[in-house]
Write a protein that binds this ligand. Sequence first.
Ligand code: 13P
Ligand code: SF4
Length: 336
Amino acid sequence: MTEQLTYTDDVAAATEGLFSKLSGQFKREHWETLAPYIYEINKLKREKNAVILAHNYMTPDIFYGVGDIVGDSLMLAQEAAKTDADIIVQCGVHFMAETAKVLCPDKKVLIPDMMAGCSLAESITAQDIRDLKAKYPGIPVVSYVNTSAEVKAETDVCCTSSNALKIVEALGREGHDTVIMTPDKFLAQNVVAQTSVKVIFWEGTCMVHERFTPQDILDARQSYGDDLVVLAHPECPPEVMAEADYAGSTAQMDKFIKEKQPRRAMLMTECSMSDNIAANNPGVELIGTCQMCPHMKRITLPKILKTLRDETPEVLIDPEIIERAKVSVNRMLELS
Ligand code: 13P
Ligand code: SF4
């Protein structure tokens, strides 16, 4: 059962500024149930020298309230590699926590809910990669970071949505006219549209982004007119990307909105991304098309507090897998 914390004067003093920023997202009544957790988590974080990595799909109370490092999968991996904290709490999904552990094997890496998985990571196993390598000898395997550490250990280079094209092109320059991309077939097909390198792809999909359709965009353009700018994540099907105005990772979408400040924007991605961008860009009207990731939504403030207090559940990986997975993750970081 979740304990009920009290909204005290100290909590109010520490969180009122943040509430002004997030008042478009939370009613006061709801906020007063969340703020005590933000207060307690931040206190405990300092006491334990812990750092919270929060993905862009975390709800705004987590993203703005307790996240120390926030961003897309690439940024979280890059920052995890640099931190001098003793404890990393990954507010995201399991593969992200594993990536942090691969890069920081001596640190304690915690995740508030071990069941926070990913349809892409679950679509492929290490044996599948070994089978692909046997079927296509000599062809390098590029795996999306949305994979388990075991899969990364069998992979030549990892990639994220922000650097997939760059990685494939780098392999092309090394003389590979064909690469294998796993597990996201849409990310692979979206890369194919931009490169001359041939790509053999796996049949995985993101259960969130596969649901968007080109009709969603056409309908929104009809309702909102010409000043609507549509941004789509490369995990969306290629026909959705073809209708969008801009394609990018979650961090690239964030940067685009910050810099261009369109009057109206629609993000073809997970719901919390729009909420987090809306809070930082009051001049931009965010049109509400979104799909919820049930895995990301397993992470909540009460679970984060419990994880920090109990220092569990901890993400542990066989050291031999860590050593091999590190090669493909580091290769990606070098090429990025
Ligand atoms: P990025 O934040 O790297 O764009 O990834 C999106 C995503 O679906 C992560 O699970
Ligand atoms: Fe996986 Fe898609 Fe959820 Fe990201 S949004 S964690 S890719 S299921």
